[in-house]
Design a protein around this ligand. Structure first.
Ligand code: UD1
Length: 431
Protein backbone atom coordinates (compact mmCIF):
# COMPACT_ATOMS: atom_id res chain seq x y z
CA UNK A 1 0.00 0.00 0.00
CA UNK A 2 1.13 3.50 -0.67
CA UNK A 3 1.73 6.01 2.13
CA UNK A 4 1.77 9.74 1.47
CA UNK A 5 3.11 13.15 2.39
CA UNK A 6 5.16 13.88 5.48
CA UNK A 7 3.91 10.71 7.16
CA UNK A 8 6.32 8.81 4.89
CA UNK A 9 9.28 10.09 6.88
CA UNK A 10 7.97 9.42 10.39
CA UNK A 11 9.71 6.93 12.65
CA UNK A 12 9.06 5.52 16.10
CA UNK A 13 11.71 5.05 18.75
CA UNK A 14 11.10 2.30 21.27
CA UNK A 15 13.19 1.92 24.38
CA UNK A 16 13.34 -1.79 25.15
CA UNK A 17 12.58 -3.69 28.35
CA UNK A 18 9.41 -1.74 29.15
CA UNK A 19 6.47 -3.41 30.87
CA UNK A 20 2.97 -2.86 29.50
CA UNK A 21 0.76 -2.50 32.55
CA UNK A 22 -2.59 -0.74 32.49
CA UNK A 23 -5.91 -0.17 30.80
CA UNK A 24 -6.34 0.03 27.01
CA UNK A 25 -9.58 1.45 25.60
CA UNK A 26 -10.10 -0.60 22.44
CA UNK A 27 -11.34 1.44 19.48
CA UNK A 28 -14.00 0.55 16.93
CA UNK A 29 -12.89 -2.07 14.40
CA UNK A 30 -11.24 -0.80 11.24
CA UNK A 31 -12.52 -3.79 9.30
CA UNK A 32 -16.08 -3.12 10.46
CA UNK A 33 -15.97 0.67 10.02
CA UNK A 34 -14.85 0.44 6.37
CA UNK A 35 -17.79 -1.65 5.08
CA UNK A 36 -20.21 0.32 7.27
CA UNK A 37 -18.99 3.54 5.66
CA UNK A 38 -19.44 2.02 2.21
CA UNK A 39 -22.96 0.88 3.17
CA UNK A 40 -23.95 4.54 3.55
CA UNK A 41 -24.19 4.55 -0.27
CA UNK A 42 -27.18 2.21 -0.09
CA UNK A 43 -29.54 4.85 1.32
CA UNK A 44 -30.39 8.47 0.60
CA UNK A 45 -31.17 9.04 4.28
CA UNK A 46 -28.91 10.20 7.10
CA UNK A 47 -26.62 7.58 8.68
CA UNK A 48 -24.97 8.10 12.03
CA UNK A 49 -21.95 5.88 12.73
CA UNK A 50 -20.60 5.92 16.27
CA UNK A 51 -17.33 4.56 17.67
CA UNK A 52 -15.50 5.15 14.38
CA UNK A 53 -11.73 4.82 15.00
CA UNK A 54 -9.43 7.73 14.04
CA UNK A 55 -7.38 5.89 11.42
CA UNK A 56 -5.75 6.68 8.10
CA UNK A 57 -7.83 3.96 6.38
CA UNK A 58 -11.02 5.60 7.66
CA UNK A 59 -9.80 8.96 6.29
CA UNK A 60 -9.11 7.28 2.95
CA UNK A 61 -12.63 5.80 2.82
CA UNK A 62 -14.07 9.22 3.70
CA UNK A 63 -12.12 10.90 0.90
CA UNK A 64 -13.44 8.25 -1.49
CA UNK A 65 -17.02 8.91 -0.32
CA UNK A 66 -16.37 12.64 -0.62
CA UNK A 67 -15.26 12.17 -4.26
CA UNK A 68 -18.43 10.20 -4.93
CA UNK A 69 -20.57 13.03 -3.52
CA UNK A 70 -21.45 11.81 -0.01
CA UNK A 71 -21.83 14.63 2.50
CA UNK A 72 -20.47 14.00 5.98
CA UNK A 73 -19.64 15.64 9.25
CA UNK A 74 -17.29 14.23 11.90
CA UNK A 75 -17.68 14.85 15.63
CA UNK A 76 -14.69 13.85 17.75
CA UNK A 77 -16.03 12.16 20.89
CA UNK A 78 -12.71 11.15 22.44
CA UNK A 79 -9.13 10.63 21.29
CA UNK A 80 -10.19 7.13 20.30
CA UNK A 81 -13.59 7.52 18.69
CA UNK A 82 -15.68 9.78 16.49
CA UNK A 83 -19.29 9.91 15.44
CA UNK A 84 -19.72 10.50 11.72
CA UNK A 85 -22.97 11.70 10.20
CA UNK A 86 -23.19 10.85 6.52
CA UNK A 87 -25.77 11.28 3.79
CA UNK A 88 -25.62 9.93 0.25
CA UNK A 89 -28.50 11.98 -1.16
CA UNK A 90 -26.51 13.85 -3.79
CA UNK A 91 -24.23 11.20 -5.26
CA UNK A 92 -23.00 12.39 -8.63
CA UNK A 93 -19.94 10.31 -9.47
CA UNK A 94 -20.00 6.53 -9.38
CA UNK A 95 -16.27 6.14 -9.52
CA UNK A 96 -13.47 4.98 -7.20
CA UNK A 97 -10.28 6.37 -8.69
CA UNK A 98 -6.90 4.64 -8.84
CA UNK A 99 -5.42 7.38 -6.63
CA UNK A 100 -7.52 6.22 -3.72
CA UNK A 101 -7.80 2.50 -4.40
CA UNK A 102 -4.01 2.15 -4.60
CA UNK A 103 -3.82 3.53 -1.06
CA UNK A 104 -6.41 1.14 0.34
CA UNK A 105 -7.72 -2.04 -1.24
CA UNK A 106 -10.86 -2.02 0.91
CA UNK A 107 -12.05 0.74 -1.48
CA UNK A 108 -13.46 -2.20 -3.49
CA UNK A 109 -16.27 -2.17 -0.89
CA UNK A 110 -18.06 0.62 -2.79
CA UNK A 111 -18.58 -1.69 -5.79
CA UNK A 112 -21.63 -3.55 -4.41
CA UNK A 113 -23.48 -0.54 -2.98
CA UNK A 114 -22.92 1.74 -6.01
CA UNK A 115 -24.04 -0.97 -8.39
CA UNK A 116 -27.09 -1.88 -6.33
CA UNK A 117 -28.35 1.66 -5.83
CA UNK A 118 -27.30 3.46 -9.02
CA UNK A 119 -26.99 0.61 -11.53
CA UNK A 120 -23.46 1.50 -12.60
CA UNK A 121 -19.98 2.18 -11.29
CA UNK A 122 -16.29 2.20 -12.13
CA UNK A 123 -13.81 1.04 -9.53
CA UNK A 124 -10.09 0.97 -10.12
CA UNK A 125 -8.52 -2.47 -9.98
CA UNK A 126 -6.46 -2.57 -6.78
CA UNK A 127 -3.30 -4.12 -8.21
CA UNK A 128 -0.55 -5.69 -6.10
CA UNK A 129 -0.11 -5.47 -2.39
CA UNK A 130 2.77 -6.29 -0.09
CA UNK A 131 1.10 -9.25 1.64
CA UNK A 132 -0.04 -10.99 -1.52
CA UNK A 133 -1.68 -10.83 -4.90
CA UNK A 134 -5.10 -10.09 -3.41
CA UNK A 135 -7.29 -10.55 -6.46
CA UNK A 136 -10.91 -9.34 -6.61
CA UNK A 137 -12.20 -12.04 -8.97
CA UNK A 138 -14.71 -13.31 -6.42
CA UNK A 139 -16.23 -9.85 -6.01
CA UNK A 140 -16.67 -9.67 -9.78
CA UNK A 141 -18.04 -13.22 -10.08
CA UNK A 142 -20.55 -12.42 -7.35
CA UNK A 143 -21.74 -9.22 -9.05
CA UNK A 144 -22.13 -11.14 -12.32
CA UNK A 145 -24.18 -13.79 -10.52
CA UNK A 146 -26.50 -10.97 -9.40
CA UNK A 147 -27.00 -10.09 -13.08
CA UNK A 148 -24.48 -7.27 -13.53
CA UNK A 149 -22.34 -6.95 -16.62
CA UNK A 150 -18.72 -6.45 -15.69
CA UNK A 151 -15.89 -5.40 -17.96
CA UNK A 152 -12.29 -4.37 -17.38
CA UNK A 153 -10.85 -1.39 -19.23
CA UNK A 154 -7.97 1.01 -18.57
CA UNK A 155 -7.30 -0.58 -15.18
CA UNK A 156 -10.90 -0.08 -14.06
CA UNK A 157 -13.77 -2.43 -13.30
CA UNK A 158 -16.87 -1.15 -15.09
CA UNK A 159 -20.03 -2.72 -13.71
CA UNK A 160 -23.61 -2.13 -14.85
CA UNK A 161 -27.03 -3.38 -13.92
CA UNK A 162 -29.32 -0.91 -15.62
CA UNK A 163 -32.42 -3.02 -14.97
CA UNK A 164 -31.49 -3.75 -11.37
CA UNK A 165 -29.77 -6.69 -9.71
CA UNK A 166 -31.56 -10.05 -9.32
CA UNK A 167 -31.35 -12.37 -6.35
CA UNK A 168 -29.15 -15.40 -6.90
CA UNK A 169 -27.42 -18.34 -5.28
CA UNK A 170 -23.67 -17.91 -5.07
CA UNK A 171 -21.09 -20.14 -3.43
CA UNK A 172 -17.71 -18.60 -2.64
CA UNK A 173 -14.95 -20.99 -3.76
CA UNK A 174 -12.89 -19.60 -0.88
CA UNK A 175 -14.10 -17.61 2.08
CA UNK A 176 -13.67 -13.86 1.41
CA UNK A 177 -14.44 -11.21 4.02
CA UNK A 178 -14.87 -8.14 1.81
CA UNK A 179 -16.22 -10.37 -0.99
CA UNK A 180 -19.03 -11.49 1.33
CA UNK A 181 -19.61 -7.90 2.46
CA UNK A 182 -19.86 -6.63 -1.11
CA UNK A 183 -22.36 -9.36 -1.97
CA UNK A 184 -24.50 -8.70 1.12
CA UNK A 185 -24.65 -4.98 0.29
CA UNK A 186 -25.48 -5.56 -3.38
CA UNK A 187 -28.08 -8.25 -2.63
CA UNK A 188 -29.76 -6.06 0.01
CA UNK A 189 -31.31 -3.96 -2.79
CA UNK A 190 -31.63 -6.75 -5.42
CA UNK A 191 -34.91 -8.08 -6.67
CA UNK A 192 -35.65 -11.36 -4.86
CA UNK A 193 -33.73 -13.72 -2.59
CA UNK A 194 -29.98 -14.27 -2.57
CA UNK A 195 -28.34 -17.21 -0.86
CA UNK A 196 -24.60 -16.97 -0.18
CA UNK A 197 -22.78 -20.21 0.57
CA UNK A 198 -19.33 -20.52 2.16
CA UNK A 199 -19.82 -16.92 3.28
CA UNK A 200 -17.28 -15.35 5.65
CA UNK A 201 -18.30 -15.62 9.33
CA UNK A 202 -16.13 -12.82 10.73
CA UNK A 203 -17.65 -10.58 13.44
CA UNK A 204 -17.20 -7.60 11.09
CA UNK A 205 -19.48 -9.30 8.51
CA UNK A 206 -22.05 -9.79 11.28
CA UNK A 207 -21.73 -6.13 12.25
CA UNK A 208 -22.45 -5.03 8.68
CA UNK A 209 -25.49 -7.32 8.37
CA UNK A 210 -26.83 -6.09 11.74
CA UNK A 211 -26.49 -2.47 10.61
CA UNK A 212 -28.17 -3.17 7.25
CA UNK A 213 -31.06 -4.94 9.01
CA UNK A 214 -31.46 -1.86 11.19
CA UNK A 215 -31.68 0.12 7.92
CA UNK A 216 -34.56 -2.10 6.77
CA UNK A 217 -32.70 -4.91 4.99
CA UNK A 218 -33.79 -8.50 5.38
CA UNK A 219 -30.67 -10.57 6.08
CA UNK A 220 -30.45 -13.80 8.07
CA UNK A 221 -27.83 -16.44 8.79
CA UNK A 222 -24.94 -13.96 9.20
CA UNK A 223 -22.33 -15.49 11.48
CA UNK A 224 -22.88 -18.85 9.77
CA UNK A 225 -21.52 -19.83 6.36
CA UNK A 226 -24.94 -19.56 4.70
CA UNK A 227 -26.42 -16.07 4.51
CA UNK A 228 -29.86 -15.35 3.06
CA UNK A 229 -30.79 -11.90 1.84
CA UNK A 230 -34.31 -10.96 0.75
CA UNK A 231 -33.88 -7.86 -1.36
CA UNK A 232 -35.86 -4.74 -0.45
CA UNK A 233 -36.65 -1.63 -2.52
CA UNK A 234 -35.03 0.95 -0.22
CA UNK A 235 -32.97 1.25 2.91
CA UNK A 236 -33.52 4.01 5.45
CA UNK A 237 -31.22 5.93 7.79
CA UNK A 238 -29.68 4.45 10.93
CA UNK A 239 -27.83 5.25 14.14
CA UNK A 240 -25.25 2.50 14.58
CA UNK A 241 -22.21 1.80 16.78
CA UNK A 242 -19.16 0.04 15.28
CA UNK A 243 -18.12 -3.23 16.97
CA UNK A 244 -14.80 -3.05 18.91
CA UNK A 245 -11.57 -4.03 17.19
CA UNK A 246 -10.69 -7.63 18.11
CA UNK A 247 -7.37 -7.35 16.26
CA UNK A 248 -6.34 -4.29 18.26
CA UNK A 249 -7.37 -6.10 21.46
CA UNK A 250 -5.35 -9.18 20.52
CA UNK A 251 -2.35 -7.02 19.69
CA UNK A 252 -2.34 -5.35 23.13
CA UNK A 253 -2.86 -8.74 24.80
CA UNK A 254 0.38 -9.85 23.17
CA UNK A 255 2.02 -6.60 24.35
CA UNK A 256 1.27 -7.71 27.92
CA UNK A 257 2.50 -11.24 27.21
CA UNK A 258 5.78 -10.22 25.60
CA UNK A 259 6.69 -7.64 28.28
CA UNK A 260 5.68 -9.61 31.36
CA UNK A 261 2.83 -7.17 31.95
CA UNK A 262 -0.94 -7.02 32.31
CA UNK A 263 -3.57 -5.13 30.29
CA UNK A 264 -7.27 -4.60 30.71
CA UNK A 265 -8.73 -4.60 27.19
CA UNK A 266 -11.84 -2.48 27.53
CA UNK A 267 -14.90 -2.16 25.34
CA UNK A 268 -15.94 -5.60 24.13
CA UNK A 269 -16.38 -9.30 24.68
CA UNK A 270 -12.98 -10.21 23.30
CA UNK A 271 -13.15 -13.81 24.50
CA UNK A 272 -16.07 -14.29 22.11
CA UNK A 273 -14.53 -12.18 19.33
CA UNK A 274 -11.19 -14.03 19.52
CA UNK A 275 -12.03 -17.60 20.53
CA UNK A 276 -9.10 -19.43 18.98
CA UNK A 277 -6.63 -16.68 19.79
CA UNK A 278 -7.52 -16.78 23.50
CA UNK A 279 -7.17 -20.57 23.52
CA UNK A 280 -3.77 -20.51 21.81
CA UNK A 281 -2.39 -17.60 23.81
CA UNK A 282 -3.45 -19.38 27.01
CA UNK A 283 -1.31 -22.33 25.86
CA UNK A 284 1.50 -19.83 25.24
CA UNK A 285 1.31 -18.73 28.88
CA UNK A 286 -1.05 -15.74 28.94
CA UNK A 287 -3.74 -15.65 31.59
CA UNK A 288 -7.14 -14.25 30.54
CA UNK A 289 -9.71 -13.10 33.10
CA UNK A 290 -13.17 -11.70 32.39
CA UNK A 291 -13.57 -8.25 33.92
CA UNK A 292 -16.42 -5.75 33.93
CA UNK A 293 -16.57 -4.28 30.39
CA UNK A 294 -13.65 -6.21 28.96
CA UNK A 295 -10.98 -8.86 29.25
CA UNK A 296 -7.74 -8.89 31.25
CA UNK A 297 -4.65 -10.38 29.60
CA UNK A 298 -1.76 -11.05 31.92
CA UNK A 299 1.63 -12.66 31.54
CA UNK A 300 2.31 -15.76 33.63
CA UNK A 301 6.00 -14.94 33.55
CA UNK A 302 6.65 -17.71 31.03
CA UNK A 303 6.20 -17.94 27.26
CA UNK A 304 5.62 -21.48 25.98
CA UNK A 305 6.07 -22.52 22.35
CA UNK A 306 2.87 -23.20 20.37
CA UNK A 307 1.79 -24.11 16.84
CA UNK A 308 -0.54 -21.77 14.99
CA UNK A 309 -2.34 -22.06 11.66
CA UNK A 310 -4.18 -18.98 10.43
CA UNK A 311 -7.65 -19.55 9.04
CA UNK A 312 -10.97 -17.74 8.57
CA UNK A 313 -13.10 -16.98 11.65
CA UNK A 314 -13.45 -18.61 14.16
CA UNK A 315 -9.89 -19.78 13.44
CA UNK A 316 -6.66 -17.98 14.27
CA UNK A 317 -6.79 -14.53 12.61
CA UNK A 318 -4.13 -13.86 9.99
CA UNK A 319 -4.22 -10.24 11.17
CA UNK A 320 -2.66 -11.40 14.49
CA UNK A 321 -0.04 -13.68 12.95
CA UNK A 322 2.87 -11.22 12.83
CA UNK A 323 2.30 -10.01 16.40
CA UNK A 324 2.07 -13.61 17.65
CA UNK A 325 5.35 -14.41 15.95
CA UNK A 326 7.07 -11.59 17.84
CA UNK A 327 5.95 -13.21 21.11
CA UNK A 328 7.05 -16.70 20.06
CA UNK A 329 10.54 -15.43 19.19
CA UNK A 330 11.30 -15.49 22.93
CA UNK A 331 9.31 -18.63 23.85
CA UNK A 332 11.01 -21.44 25.73
CA UNK A 333 11.22 -23.79 22.74
CA UNK A 334 10.26 -24.16 19.09
CA UNK A 335 6.97 -22.88 17.63
CA UNK A 336 5.42 -23.21 14.19
CA UNK A 337 3.27 -20.74 12.32
CA UNK A 338 1.51 -21.66 9.12
CA UNK A 339 0.01 -18.73 7.19
CA UNK A 340 -2.95 -20.08 5.24
CA UNK A 341 -4.63 -16.87 4.04
CA UNK A 342 -1.94 -14.72 2.44
CA UNK A 343 0.95 -16.03 0.35
CA UNK A 344 3.45 -13.31 1.26
CA UNK A 345 2.71 -12.43 4.86
CA UNK A 346 5.99 -13.36 6.52
CA UNK A 347 7.98 -10.27 5.57
CA UNK A 348 8.42 -9.34 9.24
CA UNK A 349 10.62 -12.44 9.64
CA UNK A 350 13.60 -10.70 8.07
CA UNK A 351 13.15 -7.70 10.38
CA UNK A 352 12.68 -9.86 13.50
CA UNK A 353 15.85 -11.71 12.50
CA UNK A 354 17.69 -8.37 12.57
CA UNK A 355 16.66 -8.18 16.22
CA UNK A 356 18.16 -11.59 16.99
CA UNK A 357 15.19 -13.87 16.30
CA UNK A 358 15.90 -17.34 14.95
CA UNK A 359 13.24 -18.18 12.36
CA UNK A 360 13.34 -20.51 9.40
CA UNK A 361 10.81 -19.94 6.62
CA UNK A 362 9.68 -22.50 4.06
CA UNK A 363 7.06 -21.07 1.71
CA UNK A 364 4.25 -19.90 4.02
CA UNK A 365 5.51 -21.81 7.04
CA UNK A 366 7.71 -20.34 9.75
CA UNK A 367 9.56 -22.40 12.32
CA UNK A 368 10.47 -20.17 15.26
CA UNK A 369 13.28 -21.32 17.51
CA UNK A 370 12.89 -19.40 20.76
CA UNK A 371 15.88 -17.28 21.83
CA UNK A 372 16.66 -15.92 25.31
CA UNK A 373 16.34 -12.30 24.26
CA UNK A 374 15.83 -9.92 21.37
CA UNK A 375 18.12 -6.96 20.71
CA UNK A 376 16.99 -3.49 19.64
CA UNK A 377 17.77 -2.52 16.03
CA UNK A 378 16.67 -0.16 13.27
CA UNK A 379 13.88 -1.97 11.43
CA UNK A 380 11.23 -1.06 8.94
CA UNK A 381 7.54 -1.81 8.69
CA UNK A 382 6.52 -3.84 5.66
CA UNK A 383 2.76 -3.84 6.20
CA UNK A 384 0.14 -2.83 8.74
CA UNK A 385 0.22 -5.76 11.19
CA UNK A 386 3.92 -6.49 10.65
CA UNK A 387 4.69 -2.97 11.84
CA UNK A 388 3.12 -3.61 15.24
CA UNK A 389 4.95 -6.92 15.58
CA UNK A 390 8.19 -4.92 15.44
CA UNK A 391 6.94 -2.48 18.08
CA UNK A 392 6.17 -5.47 20.31
CA UNK A 393 9.58 -7.00 19.68
CA UNK A 394 11.15 -3.59 20.41
CA UNK A 395 9.37 -3.31 23.76
CA UNK A 396 10.69 -6.70 24.86
CA UNK A 397 14.19 -6.27 23.40
CA UNK A 398 17.35 -5.09 25.08
CA UNK A 399 18.30 -1.63 23.78
CA UNK A 400 16.62 0.77 21.39
CA UNK A 401 14.57 -0.07 18.31
CA UNK A 402 13.76 2.49 15.64
CA UNK A 403 10.84 1.63 13.39
CA UNK A 404 10.75 3.22 9.95
CA UNK A 405 7.73 3.52 7.59
CA UNK A 406 5.33 4.12 10.45
CA UNK A 407 2.57 5.12 8.00
CA UNK A 408 1.69 1.42 7.76
CA UNK A 409 0.92 1.42 11.48
CA UNK A 410 -1.31 4.48 11.31
CA UNK A 411 -3.56 2.87 8.73
CA UNK A 412 -4.97 0.50 11.31
CA UNK A 413 -3.89 1.38 14.87
CA UNK A 414 -5.11 4.55 16.51
CA UNK A 415 -3.20 6.68 19.01
CA UNK A 416 -0.63 4.08 19.90
CA UNK A 417 1.59 6.51 21.81
CA UNK A 418 -1.37 7.51 23.97
CA UNK A 419 -2.59 3.96 24.51
CA UNK A 420 0.89 2.83 25.54
CA UNK A 421 1.32 5.90 27.77
CA UNK A 422 -1.80 4.72 29.64
CA UNK A 423 0.14 1.51 30.33
CA UNK A 424 3.27 3.24 31.59
CA UNK A 425 5.14 2.77 28.34
CA UNK A 426 6.83 5.49 26.34
CA UNK A 427 7.33 5.33 22.61
CA UNK A 428 8.37 8.42 20.66
CA UNK A 429 7.51 9.50 17.17
CA UNK A 430 9.97 11.66 15.27
CA UNK A 431 10.91 12.69 11.76
C1 UD1 B 1 -10.06 -8.89 4.92
C2 UD1 B 1 -9.48 -7.93 5.93
C3 UD1 B 1 -8.00 -8.23 6.15
C4 UD1 B 1 -7.77 -9.69 6.51
C5 UD1 B 1 -8.49 -10.61 5.51
C6 UD1 B 1 -8.46 -12.07 5.93
C7 UD1 B 1 -10.86 -5.97 5.61
C8 UD1 B 1 -10.97 -4.57 5.15
N1 UD1 B 1 -9.68 -6.58 5.45
O1 UD1 B 1 -9.38 -8.66 3.68
O2 UD1 B 1 -7.53 -7.40 7.20
O3 UD1 B 1 -6.41 -10.00 6.51
O4 UD1 B 1 -9.86 -10.23 5.36
O5 UD1 B 1 -9.05 -12.22 7.18
O6 UD1 B 1 -11.81 -6.53 6.14
N2 UD1 B 1 -9.30 -13.86 -2.62
C9 UD1 B 1 -9.35 -14.21 -3.95
N3 UD1 B 1 -10.21 -13.52 -4.76
C10 UD1 B 1 -11.01 -12.52 -4.30
C11 UD1 B 1 -10.95 -12.17 -2.92
C12 UD1 B 1 -10.07 -12.86 -2.10
O7 UD1 B 1 -8.64 -15.12 -4.39
O8 UD1 B 1 -11.76 -11.94 -5.08
C13 UD1 B 1 -8.36 -14.59 -1.72
C14 UD1 B 1 -7.26 -13.69 -1.16
O9 UD1 B 1 -6.17 -13.61 -2.05
C15 UD1 B 1 -6.94 -14.40 0.14
C16 UD1 B 1 -8.28 -15.00 0.59
O10 UD1 B 1 -9.09 -15.00 -0.57
O11 UD1 B 1 -6.02 -15.43 -0.09
C17 UD1 B 1 -9.01 -14.25 1.68
O12 UD1 B 1 -9.11 -12.89 1.33
P1 UD1 B 1 -10.30 -11.95 1.82
O13 UD1 B 1 -11.04 -12.59 2.95
O14 UD1 B 1 -11.08 -11.54 0.62
O15 UD1 B 1 -9.50 -10.70 2.35
P2 UD1 B 1 -9.99 -9.21 2.33
O16 UD1 B 1 -11.47 -9.20 2.40
O17 UD1 B 1 -9.31 -8.46 1.24
Amino acid sequence: MVGHGKKMTEKIKIQGRQIVNGVVPISGAKNAALPLLAAVLLSSEKVLLRNVPPLEDVKTMLSLLDDIGVRFHTRVDSPYASTIELQADAVNDFKASYDIVKRMRASILVLGPLLARFGECSVSLPGGCAIGVRPVDLHLQGMKALGATVSLKDGYIHARSLHGLRGTEYEFPISSVTGTENMIMAAALADGKTILKNAAREPEVIDLANCLNKMGACISGHGSSIIEIDGVANLHGVDYTVVPDRIEAGTYAIAAGITNGCVDLMGGNFRELLPHFVEKMTQAGLIFTDIEGGLRAESSGRIYPIDIETSPFPGYPTDLQAQSMALLCIAAGTSNIHENIWENRLMHVAELARMGANIKVTNTHACIYGVDKLLGAPVYATDLRASFSLVLAGLAAEGVTVLDRVYHLDRGYSKIEKKFAGCGVKIERFR
